[in-house]
Design a protein around this ligand. Structure first.
Ligand code: FES
Length: 150
């Protein structure tokens, strides 16, 4: 178990140190701002969606290792996904970090996002892990206002 946790930690630190897709994108047609009121950290997610598929995605902002790594891995897994698939991943990520009990199976198709399964043991960090995802959901739903993790 310790080895697995080390691997998870390594994955999260790698994405924090070298966040993928950490930039604005050329022609976004959706975007949303996200805010964690507990710490004041903010992220902006940019999406380019064509014919219901995410062609490009990027993010900018500031946050802790967990929030930046979560945003980085989220952008990696979402490129090429449909809006419906993105909403399913949003639901499964929330299940992974917040709602799942030990008797429930891990959601499938999560790739290295599984690294965040340890977050559920630290409730205050759940908002860090889900900040990018709530922001994504607002962008998919075309909400213009800043969304909060509250
Ligand atoms: Fe601010 Fe984690 S401490 S998002």
């Amino acid at each position: 178990m310790a080895d697995l946790q080390d691997l998870y930690q390594e994955t999260i630190l790698d994405h924090y140190r070298k966040p993928r897709n950490f930039h604005e994108i050329g022609n976004p047609n959706r975007q949303a701002d996200g805010f964690n009121p507990l710490c004041g950290d903010k992220l902006i997610i940019y999406l380019q969606i064509e014919h219901g598929t995410i062609q490009d995605i990027g993010f900018v902002g500031s946050g802790c290792a967990i929030s930046i790594a979560s945003a980085s891995m989220m952008t990696e897994i979402l490129k090429g996904k449909t809006e419906a698939e993105a909403k399913t991943l949003f639901a499964n990520f929330n299940l992974l970090v917040a709602n799942r009990t030990d008797s429930q199976p891990e959601p499938e198709g999560m790739g290295n996002l599984t690294a965040f399964s340890t977050v559920r043991e630290y409730p205050v960090r759940i908002r860090c892990a889900t900040l990018a995802w709530h922001t994504l959901r607002a962008a998919l739903d075309k909400h213009q206002e800043t969304v909060s993790t509250e």
